[in-house]
Ligand binder design. Structure first.
Ligand code: SAH
Ligand code: SF4
Ligand code: F3S
Length: 385
């Protein structure tokens, strides 16, 4: 039987980093001649780019993958691939492979440049009437440059500047699935942006991506950091706005604040996740700042950039969080007056320190607290409007 594979479909879970990496997966697929299609049922290659940040994110991916069982039975020639942060955990990848015999390819966050090779292997084996299943996860950290990118977010252009994370917040899986911090070369970043600007003459938004953009350069240069990079990007000719995410509050420097204040191209909004308003919880989270030092940065920002819109992430129900701790979080939220709050219920992640802590908080309490937080956000919005 001869089968020409033509269409692909990618389902993406998780953060902007993953959305952008799916643009690279699309680039790899289109380089091989595949075309995108709207419906998953019509695709010859079906890809799931997964997230592991909370149990819910992981369960959603597993549910979506499981739902393909019937389709694959009817059309065994479809190729099903799963990658991303979830599969980077080897025990989870093994479990997926055992549970879903119809998955053909499993790879992780550090070897998606090998996607093309994996597909070819599966195709060659099929032509020989053999079935192979690939499970290849890489642990070594590296930077892959020059992957083709199919940009798919309209006027929003994502540009990675740093991969990985060194912070090991005690609740977070990211350092385990994304490895240590590694900055891209500034020349590679600047030429990627120049290329985007050359091809898009109308006004666009460029968003720099990293788990902690304020660490940019530390692993690569002696005296060239995030503030220098912002300055160099703003010098580029073109009609664009510049944003970035995410900033760890402990690492945002006066130089970066100065750039936000003085560069007209930088958008006057900043996502500065505080996570909790209780010093006890912040310490247990290993965030390495206090409520006081956080507020100092906020005041500095507001003094220099009076119209700045601040947004935050908050985790409720971290192990040991009392009513009093939660009240302190609500107080902080009101005091800062965020323009947007992303509230999450603490989700224990296998392998992290917080998952093993005592005093885990029951689901009902987490639920109650997250609802209180959402109502608080609505009230703040009313006031700001
Ligand atoms: N690098 C970014 C965050 C990436 S994860 C930063 O440091 O700000 C995005 C958000 O998910 C985090 O800010 C946190 O609020 C939330 N999060 C991370 N791990 C979590 C967990 N185990 N349970 C609940 N929320 C979590
Ligand atoms: Fe996770 Fe903390 Fe790193 Fe953000 S800074 S990715 S929350 S470990
Ligand atoms: Fe999820 Fe990975 Fe992003 S765990 S939030 S997709 S870095």
């Amino acid at each position: 039987m001869y089968n020409i594979v033509m269409n692909y479909h990618i389902t993406t879970f998780g953060c902007q980093m993953n959305v952008h990496e799916s643009e690279k997966l699309a680039g790899i697929l289109e380089r091989q001649g595949f075309l995108p299609c709207e419906n998953i049922e019509d695709a010859d290659i079906i890809v799931f780019n997964t997230c592991a940040i909370r149990e819910g994110a992981q369960d959603r991916a597993v549910g979506n993958i499981g739902a393909l069982k019937g389709l694959k039975k009817k059309f065994p020639n479809k190729i099903i691939a799963v990658c991303g942060c979830m599969t980077q955990q080897s025990q989870v990848a093994d479990r997926l492979q055992r549970t879903f015999p119809f998955i053909d390819i499993i790879f992780g966050t550090k070897n998606f440049d090998k996607f093309e090779e994996f597909i070819k292997k599966v195709q060659i084996e099929r032509e020989n009437n053999k079935k192979i299943r690939i499970l290849e996860i890489e642990q070594e950290d590296k930077i892959v440059e020059d992957l083709p990118i199919v940009r798919s977010s309209g006027k929003n252009f994502w540009v990675n500047i740093i991969y990985g994370c060194n912070n090991f917040c005690s609740y977070c899986i990211v350092p385990y699935v994304r490895g240590r911090e590694r900055s891209r070369e500034r020349e590679a970043i600047l030429s990627e942006i120049e290329e985007i600007l050359k091809n898009n003459r109308e006004k666009i938004k460029i968003t720099l991506l990293g788990q902690n953009v304020n660490s940019y350069g530390k692993d690569r240069y002696q005296d060239y950091g995030f503030a220098n990079l912002l300055e160099d990007i703003c010098k580029l000719e073109g009609d664009f706005e510049l944003g970035f995410m995410t900033s760890h509050p402990k690492d945002i420097t006066d130089d970066v604040i100065h750039q936000i204040a003085t560069q007209p191209k930088i958008v006057k909004e900043l996502h500065l996740p505080v996570q909790s308003g209780s010093n006890k919880i912040l310490k247990a989270m290993n965030r390495k700042y206090t409520v006081e030092s956080y507020l100092e940065k906020v005041e500095k920002l507001r003094a220099l950039v009076p119209n700045i819109r601040l947004t935050t992430d908050i985790i409720v129900g971290f192990p040991g969080e009392t009513e009093e701790d939660f009240k302190q979080t609500c107080n902080l939220v009101e005091r800062v007056g965020y323009s947007g709050i992303f509230g999450f219920m603490f989700s224990p992640r296998e392998g992290t320190v917080a998952a093993k802590m005592e005093n885990q908080i029951p689901l009902e309490i987490k639920n109650k607290r997250v609802n209180i937080l959402l109502n608080l956000e609505k009230e703040i919005q009313k006031k700001l409007a």
